[in-house]
Design a protein around this ligand. Structure first.
Ligand code: G6P
Length: 368
């Protein structure tokens, strides 16, 4: 086992650092040109994609957060309406299926019971196809879906998902472009995002280089009982994923909020005992986020901000800033995931938990 971990102390740590390579593999031979993007989804993709009017995504846990990011992309970049729901809710309620719905499952294992059950309940003729975004090609989910995009993360051992998540996001962005093209998204727009995707492994590498500063920052969390994560727009699901990671492996209660909702409740909780982590890429919501952060600061909350180095978020008393590389807007959620993974990892190590096998959790939940 130690040999497999190589220089790393835990599988999770190894898997975090494998992300540039895992993403590179997931991109390989798939993003050569706008016309060929669709090939990554199987032979039936052209006929099915042409009928798609709307997308329903279903997944659990970390994979659900990937779906939430994809919704922002699908509606923003491709103009395709999208719904996302956790499988354990979706499968047990009556829902209306709009005509021309593509049903998309996202799963690392391809064996999650609720996700599979949701897939098996898609008899409505309004579904035009079922696509699995999955990391295991021999899985039930893959076998039972007519379209498949395989993430190439390689085996993920740590219960807390890391490289599976970022490769899912990579695959989902390719899906958005491939579907968008059928709906008239210009090749010049697609080329722009493809150029960003090609930079992704390198940018993830740069974000991973924050490991040491994040390790020292993690000391501020060890004695805390609660943490708040803030993001706006497409970074909101990134904040949710950051909070989930911290809960899973360090057992610190964490919540994530879209920063604009702060004043509708969570601000009442903020004091010097409640560290607040914010992701602040240099996008159009930055100024709004900065004013949300001031609200936190005014209540004595200690802030930890992962910010684009060009965002001019200043360090001051109670405000720690970690400078992220300048990242193109579309791929920013993928890159900003990495420092949050590292933060949870280091907090958990300091707290002495079983990082790779946290209590009460399983890697793949194959029973209800
Ligand atoms: C479990 C794992 C999570 C994972 C979720 C969904 O809860 O601990 O890490 O995100 O299942 O798993 P899947 O294999 O469907 O992505």
């Amino acid at each position: 086992e130690d040999a497999e971990k190589g220089e790393y102390r835990h599988y999770m740590q190894k898997e975090i650092f494998e992300q540039p390579a895992a993403i590179q593999k997931t991109l390989e031979e798939r993003i050569d040109s706008p016309e060929t993007l669709i090939n990554a989804f199987g032979e039936k993709a052209p006929a099915i994609f042409d009928q798609v009017k709307t997308v329903q995504i279903v997944a659990c846990g970390t994979s659900y957060h990937a779906g939430m990011v994809a919704r922002y992309w699908l509606e923003d970049i491709a103009g395709i309406p999208c719904q996302v729901e956790v499988a354990s809710e979706f499968r047990y309620r009556n829902h209306v299926v709009p005509e021309g719905t593509l049903f998309v499952t996202i799963s690392q294992s391809g064996e999650t019971a609720d996700t599979l059950a949701a897939l098996r309940d898609t008899a409505s003729p309004n579904y035009v196809g079922r696509l699995a975004i999955c990391n295991v090609d021999s899985s039930s989910l893959v076998r039972e879906s007519e379209l498949v995009f395989l993430t190439k993360a390689g085996p993920e051992i740590g219960v807390a998902s890391t490289k599976a998540f970022t490769t899912q996001l990579t695959g989902l962005l390719i899906l958005v472009l491939a579907l968008g093209r059928r709906k008239g998204l210009a090749d010049s727009e697609i080329e722009k995002v493809l150029a960003e995707l090609r930079q992704l492994p390198n940018l993830i590498e740069q974000a991973s280089a924050l490991d040491k500063p994040i390790e020292s920052l993690s000391e501020a969390f060890v004695e805390k009982h609660h943490t708040l994560f803030l993001g706006r727009g497409v970074q909101y699901p990134v904040a949710l994923e950051g909070a989930l990671k911290l809960k899973e492996i360090s057992y610190i209660h964490a919540e994530a909020y879209p920063a604009g909702e702060l004043k509708h409740g969570p601000l009442a909780l903020v004091d010097s005992e409640m560290p607040v982590v914010a992701v602040a890429p240099n996008d159009e919501l930055l100024e709004k986020l900065k004013s949300n952060l001031q609200e936190v600061r005014a209540r004595g909350g200690e802030l930890f901000v992962f910010a684009d180095k060009n965002a001019h978020v200043k360090e001051s008393e109670g405000v720690r800033v970690l400078n992220m590389p300048a990242v193109p807007e579309t791929i920013a959620p993928i890159v900003y995931t990495v420092p949050l993974q590292l933060l949870s990892y280091h907090v958990a190590v300091l707290r002495g938990t079983d990082v790779d096998q946290p209590r009460n959790l399983a890697k793949s939940v194959t029973v209800e």
